[in-house]
Design a protein around this ligand. Structure first.
Ligand code: SF4
Length: 224
């Protein structure tokens, strides 16, 4: 189906129902699984920092080890950078992440009374925190509407033709314009799971897709 033929605006309710129908609850993304325990902004923020460029299974294991060693921010702040690196290994860039985590913990204690800030601009001032991490922390830690765009959300939103953007930040801003607010928080969880299992980066499983009528298959050269 070409982008021109796609019916716009899309029926988001139907799209979300169809996407969810293809995703068993057991394959929640790691941060959602961590957040499900208590929606603790502390856990959401630091596990999201850990998750950057790291596979989901590794994120989950490394985060669990980190929160066992440091169940709260004061304890985290008392750990050395080396100890944090050792604890989160083998998360990608564990040395750099340990440095950011250590600095973040100190800043949150010094400037925010030990509470993770619930404001995007403040979150973005923290080391190692970009828009994706800030928005996911707002979503899962504070239930604040924000669109968290990672590689899956960016890829699928462009493939389907919902947006035509070059960067995740552009995707976030465009999706804010076209997606009703009630879908902002679920968008990330749904598309991350869908992107891991069905609309995969290489050769997506279009034969198993539950939203073919809402996809223009932009730049999809090969599919299964
Ligand atoms: S799996 Fe195929 S049809 Fe479905 S959203 Fe991805 S590219 Fe489109």
């Amino acid at each position: 189906m070409s982008a021109e033929k796609m019916v716009l605006p899309p029926d988001w309710q139907k799209i979300f129902e169809n996407l969810k129908s293809a995703i068993p609850k057991s394959i929640l993304p790691s941060i959602s699984e961590i957040a499900e325990i208590d929606n603790d902004p502390y856990r959401v923020l630091f596990s999201t920092i850990l998750s950057l460029r790291t596979r989901d299974e590794v994120t989950l294991k490394s985060s669990n080890k980190l929160f066992k060693a440091a169940p709260d921010i004061e304890t985290l702040n008392s750990l050395s950078e080396e100890k944090i690196a050792e604890t989160i290994y083998p998360a990608a860039f564990y040395n750099n992440k340990a440095r950011s985590i250590k600095k973040c913990a100190a800043i949150i204690i010094r400037d925010y009374n030990g509470e993770v800030p619930s404001n995007r601009d403040e979150l973005l001032k923290l080391p190692g925190v970009g828009r994706k991490t800030a928005n996911l922390t707002l979503n899962l830690g504070f239930k604040i509407d924000a669109i968290c765009v990672d590689t899956h959300v960016h890829r699928i939103s462009n493939r389907t033709g919902w947006v035509k953007t070059k960067t995740p930040d552009e995707t976030e801003f465009r999706m804010e314009e076209i997606l009703p607010k009630k879908f902002w928080i679920p968008l990330n969880e749904v598309l991350v799971s869908y992107g891991q299992k069905i609309c995969t980066p290489q050769s997506p499983w279009c034969s198993k897709c539950t939203i073919p009528e809402y996809c223009a298959k932009i730049n999809v050269q090969k599919n299964r």
